[in-house]
Design a protein around this ligand. Structure first.
Ligand code: 26W
Length: 828
């Protein structure tokens, strides 16, 4: 929502009547005038688009008021730069934020329409891979609900994260054409397009004051067109903006060339430009280092910084004061090219002295790291950076020179340290280490959970933490209670509100008031009732969506997250195979097994071969287990395809057991773990990421801990880890692996999953075999605990009551205090 030209007297619109009649009137207007049809002839898509637009109307005036008041307040704003936003469906979130759920349902029913049916039409914007993207969506929701002046910037990918389907149990990716049926939640503003340069060269010149200056002469340009999305605050009358950029050619069509008959050439620049925002890179750990990816990163960063300076700051604003007006939060290293971009604008365009520009830049940026895997840290070859962004490379070199001079000076010329801390890596090829650039170029660096931030200080960025201890802090992740409790779990929300009022929705620490009710048998009974109803809802959801039949009377043991070896879906699978082995071999009577349904949800990056093998193995094991006459009576495997935010909203509230079993020291935080705890599932997990803080808050007795700690895992690796020794010493483990190796789950053909088994026996980088026995022992503790439903639900109630800390509102408060030094807008 742009508002530079809004004056004191500009009349702002008012919202439609929040009544059934008012809603009906607005809806029919939309159906007739915008959808151009009548009720009797409207398609389901017409009905949904009209509904979405109607709900938009109830948010429009808030949006305008928020933007105008933010602009007028001249308050410091947070600009969140993220290459990913995993937003989920918008309709229900907007209805909850406006409190219009009932009015909408009644109004539609009066027209013979069903809200439950229409909400299924919406395709969720899958503009992210996993944790990082979803976290960004939770954060912008919290900033709006907390009335913090903030704007989210990102990329409007034409194709989001691929759609996953299984073919003979193997992942097949299909394009996510999420825009095809209309995009009612976005507002295009081509009039505010931004030109972005690429390639070309730089030249130095002497300016009128006789100063040596440099300018960039780009070789080609694309246009960035902003699309605005509403980010509604929860019932606070505020709506913040998410601005996503789409790439266009400067001149879409070359008529001359067309007339020569070379039609493809005529539109080449268009397709070339559009490619930049065409598709989301589906990697969430190993960067492919593709040129287009760097183009995407610079494209949205250049658009966003230009847009903030030109549209959100008053005309003639002195950029020396920029740090008082904005903090650009870098969501991992993906947007870090923003640091040399701001330097370029200040020095080359605004004529700042280098040191002044550097002062301003460092104070304007902060960096959040979301990973611990060395291979996930982005490095860009200087050859590529120099070709695509020649001026930025020059600026990075100067930043590095000035920084290393400090290092040299403070370390008394320790050249080894200088080489280690250099932003430019010399080997294997000269490259820019983006995490180092982010650390040098910003005022703060944070990890996303206590253990993660400690490991950043002690290991990943140890030299920098020693050099700038004050720069390093921690902000433990959080999730929005609006979507992941209020929206996803209306049963539990109702029970909580009945017990302690509805203040918890915006003040999640209030859940603590539930603690005494853990000792209330009636409350526990009703809590179990809610869980049972959520399980029934999941049963019909999976039956309708995937044709998957699950038994709600079983323990729902859920593992949903991206497929990655460090997350150890294989450990969960070995538990399933071991149970299968014990039941089929008669070691274990089916009657002695707690009936359990293991639910997996996971996408693998298309280029991640081992991850795709593991998905296929899970599906093949599931097929055999589910078909076995004895085993299937007490053990089932369900693997709904295309796990996404919408699936999570139905799956998480139904879960009994939450699997958070990564090798300690590998999962930066995890956020699924928080969603499960808040929805009354108990966690089986390692002391990794935010599991450590969940266990501390909910209490050891309400958490199934197992496995090596991070120091122990490092010591084992240090000492030389020999996975085969666990195979030799542990019969149950050997039998399980042999079953797979013999082809039990692949039609007797042992070669099918040979790679998975041999990797476990030879490398097993994430120590699945080392933690196998401890995990099985913990699962036995789970079975014993689950045998007492009342005691189990008491633990579950305590998990809910003690998980208020994991609200993304609390994360925002920590960022505001420790990193951004900004504040919510109280008045206006
Ligand atoms: C360039 C390839 C790439 C793309 C995305 C590398 C790394 C990423 C992300 C950082 C991966 C990610 O999503 N990390 C997850 O971030 C969550 C939010 O902080 C954490 O909770 C998870 O532990 C972390 O794996």
């Amino acid at each position: 929502m742009y508002c530079r030209h809004v004056t004191e007297t500009t009349p702002l619109i008012t919202s439609p009547e929040p009544t059934v009649e008012g809603f009906v009137r607005e809806y029919l207007r939309e159906l007739n005038f915008s959808q151009g049809t009548i009720l009797e002839r409207a398609t389901t898509n017409d009905q949904y688009l009209a509904l979405a637009r109607t709900v938009r109307h109830y948010l429009m005036s808030r949006w305008m008021q928020t933007t105008v008041s933010q602009y007028r307040s001249q308050a410091k704003a947070v600009a969140y730069l993220s290459a990913e936003y995993l937003l989920g469906r918008q309709l229900d979130n907007a209805l909850i934020a406006t409190g219009l759920e009932e009015v909408a349902a009644e109004a539609l029913a009066s027209l013979g329409l069903d809200l439950d049916e229409l909400r299924e039409v919406e395709v969720e914007p899958g503009l992210g891979n996993g944790g990082l993207g979803r976290l960004a969506a939770c954060f912008v929701d919290s900033l709006a609900t907390m009335s913090v002046p903030a704007i989210g910037y990102g990329i409007r990918y034409e194709y989001g994260i691929f759609r996953q389907r299984f073919d003979d149990g193997r992942q097949v990716e299909e394009p996510d054409n999420w825009l095809d049926n209309g995009a009612p939640w976005e507002f295009a503003h081509p009039e505010h397009e931004v030109a972005v340069g690429f390639g070309g060269r730089t030249e130095t010149y002497t300016d009128d004051d006789g100063r040596e200056r440099t300018r960039w002469l780009p070789g080609w340009q694309v246009l960035g067109v902003p699309y605005n999305y509403m980010v509604p605050g929860y019932r606070n009358g505020r709506v913040n903006t998410l601005r996503l950029w789409s790439a266009r050619a400067t001149h879409a069509f070359d008529l001359k060339i067309f007339n020569y008959g070379d039609y493809a050439e005529a539109v080449r620049s268009q397709t070339f430009a559009e490619n930049i925002s065409k598709v989301l890179y589906p990697e969430d750990s190993t960067p492919q280092g593709k040129e287009l990816r760097l183009q995407q990163q610079y494209f949205f960063v250049a658009c966003s910084i230009r847009d903030f300076i030109d549209q959100l700051l008053p005309p003639g604003f002195d950029l020396h004061d920029l740090p008082d007006r904005v903090v650009f939060q870098l969501n991992d290293t993906h947007p870090v090219i923003a640091v040399p971009e701001l330097m370029r604008i200040l020095v080359d365009e605004r004529g700042f002295e280098w040191d002044d520009a550097w002062q301003v830049t460092q104070r304007c940026f902060a960096y959040t790291c979301h990973t611990l895997l060395p291979e996930a840290l982005e490095v860009w070859p200087v050859e590529l950076v120099g070709r695509l962004l020649p001026r930025h490379l020059e600026i990075v070199y100067r930043i590095n020179d000035e920084f290393l001079a400090q290092v040299r000076e403070r370390s008394g010329g320790d050249e080894l340290l200088v080489r280690r801390m250099s932003i430019i890596a010399e080997h294997p090829e000269r490259s820019v280490r983006m995490a180092y650039l982010a650390t040098v170029g910003g005022s703060k660096v944070n990890g996303v959970a206590e253990l993660h931030s400690q490991l950043l200080r002690d290991k990943v960025l140890a030299d920098f933490a020693a050099f700038w201890p004050e720069k390093f802090t921690n902000v433990t992740n959080g999730v929005t209670p609006r979507r992941f409790v209020k929206l996803a779990n209306p049963g539990l929300s109702g029970l909580i509100t009945e017990a302690i009022g509805d203040g918890w929705v915006t003040d999640l620490d209030r859940l603590r008031e539930l603690e005494p009710l853990a000792d209330d048998a009636e409350f526990r009974r009703r809590f179990r009732e809610v869980k049972a109803a959520n399980k029934d809802r999941l049963v019909s959801f999976l039956a309708a969506r995937d044709g998957i039949a699950i038994d709600p009377a079983t323990m729902l043991d859920v593992m949903v997250k991206r497929l990655h070896e460090y997350k150890r879906q294989l450990l969960k699978l070995l538990h399933v195979v071991t149970l299968y082995d014990r039941i089929t071999s008669g070691d274990l009577a089916a009657a002695d097994v707690t009936p359990r349904t293991v639910v997996f949800g996971a996408k693998a990056a298309p280029g991640y071969v081992m991850a795709k093998e593991i998905i296929a193995l899970i599906n093949h094991v599931g097929a055999v287990v589910n078909a076995h006459p004895d085993v299937s009576r007490v053990l089932r495997v369900a693997f709904p395809a295309n796990y996404n935010v919408t699936v999570a909203e139905t799956l998480v509230p139904a879960a009994d057991l939450s699997e958070q079993i990564s090798l300690a020291g590998k999962e930066a935080s995890g956020t699924g773990n928080m969603k499960f705890a808040l929805n009354g599932a108990l966690t089986i997990g390692t002391d990794d990421g935010a599991n450590v803080e969940i266990r501390r808050l909910v209490g050891d007795e309400n958490f199934f801990l197992f496995g090596l700690t991070e120091p122990e895992a490092s010591a084992v690796a240090e000492a030389g880890y020999r996975p085969a020794s666990y195979y030799e010493e542990n019969v149950s483990l050997r039998r399980a692996l042999d079953l797979i190796a013999r082809g039990t789950f692949s039609g007797g053909d042992g070669s099918v999953f040979e790679r998975v088994v041999s990797n476990l026996l030879s490398e097993d980088r994430f120590m699945v075999l080392a933690d196998y026995q401890a995990y099985l022992d913990a699962q036995e503790r789970v079975e014993r605990a689950y045998a007492d439903p009342d005691a189990w639900s008491r633990s579950a109630v305590l998990n809910v009551a003690r998980s208020g800390f994991f609200s993304s509102d609390r994360s925002m408060r920590d960022y505001l205090d420790r990193v951004w030094h900004a504040a919510p807008l109280t008045a206006g």
